[in-house]
Ligand binder design. Structure first.
Ligand SMILES: [Zn+2]
Length: 315
């Protein structure tokens, strides 16, 4: 009898113990969930802050952006570009066909640009642009096996720009002759594939790159003499800098910089390249948010687009 009593007591104690351990475990799980939700809400709050035009006097909003843009915006400036200089140039440029930009007077013109393609993602990007009725700009390299994508870019009304044939800094920027040869090679390649006499260029690494052995002023003067306009960017998606970037980060980088930048013309840098699936993933959200803005319009780069230059060069 005594034994049975002890057994019952021990069984009850074990049960109570189990219940205690279980409830502590559940509480810990709940705490973790709350923390995750808090993080998510904090991200969404920051995103919402960025979605509203930032009041220059609103220090807290500016600080939020500085803290959350992965170093892309620092002290209100774009980190990976030096002085952004807008230079008006009136040089004829072939490319996409669209209505005159006069009808967009007073609106911020936002140009989405994709470097380094074509790639396995070009068709996905083109499908998304088509779905939202957006024309963009592709700064392409010379790549075998993508004839259809080069032609599709042109056929669907996007602007086609050059981004060097090889994208190999040691070759493109070895000397001015190499730069000119590479330019000629890509220009001919694109002309034969698409019929476009391409007069639009983006330097690999931008005009402010530190990799060139040629003085970039000489490259710019060479392009000027050929009637080719070059474009840098004043908003960077950050999709090619550092390691993996989530679609959330890319969208936040782009939208927060657009909101923080007081410019009539905004050129956004993306990459159309292998491994950049999160760029494709972020694109619909970015387009939807821009299309919901009253004061902005998405346009391809044309001969009417104000130049965005990282360095200014005398003619
Ligand atoms: Zn590039």
């Amino acid at each position: 009898m005594q034994d049975d009593k002890y057994k019952k007591l021990i069984a009850v104690m074990i049960c109570v113990g189990c219940i205690c351990v279980l409830s502590v475990f559940c509480s810990l799980l709940q705490l973790q969930n709350i923390k995750h939700m808090e993080n998510r809400m904090s991200f969404m709050e920051n995103m919402l802050l960025a979605m509203n035009r930032i009041d220059p006097g609103d220090k807290s909003a500016e600080e939020v952006i500085r803290m959350n843009v992965d170093g892309s915006v620092q002290d209100g400036r774009i980190a990976d570009s030096s002085d952004v200089v807008e230079v008006e140039q009136d040089i004829h440029m072939s490319g996409a066909s669209y209505a005159s930009e006069d009808e967009y007077e007073g609106k911020t013109k936002i140009c989405l640009t994709f470097d380094d393609g074509p790639s396995v993602y070009t068709d996905d990007i083109l499908d998304i642009l088509d779905k939202y009725g957006v024309k963009a700009t592709f700064f392409v390299n010379g790549r075998e096996g993508y004839d259809e994508q080069y032609r599709r870019i042109v056929a669907e009304g996007h602007s086609l720009g050059m981004h060097s044939y090889t994208h190999d800094y040691s070759k493109v920027y070895a000397d001015l002759d190499s730069f000119a040869d590479d330019l000629y090679q890509l220009h001919t390649y694109l002309y034969e594939l698409t019929g476009v006499d391409c007069e639009l260029y983006r330097f690999p690494g931008g005009s402010s790159n530190n990799a060139s052995k040629v003085d970039m002023e000489r490259c710019i003067q060479y392009l000027n003499a050929k009637g080719i306009r070059y474009f840098d960017w004043n908003v960077s998606s950050g999709d090619a800098s550092g390691g993996y970037k989530s679609a959330d980060t890319i969208a936040f980088n782009v939208l927060s910089q657009i909101k923080a930048l007081d410019a009539d013309t905004i050129v956004v840098l993306f990459h159309d390249a292998s491994g950049k699936s999160t760029t494709v993933e972020a694109l619909p959200f970015i387009i939807e948010k821009i299309q919901a803005m009253d004061n902005a319009v998405l346009l391809p780069i044309t001969d009417e687009t104000d130049a965005i230059h990282h360095i200014s060069v005398s003619e």
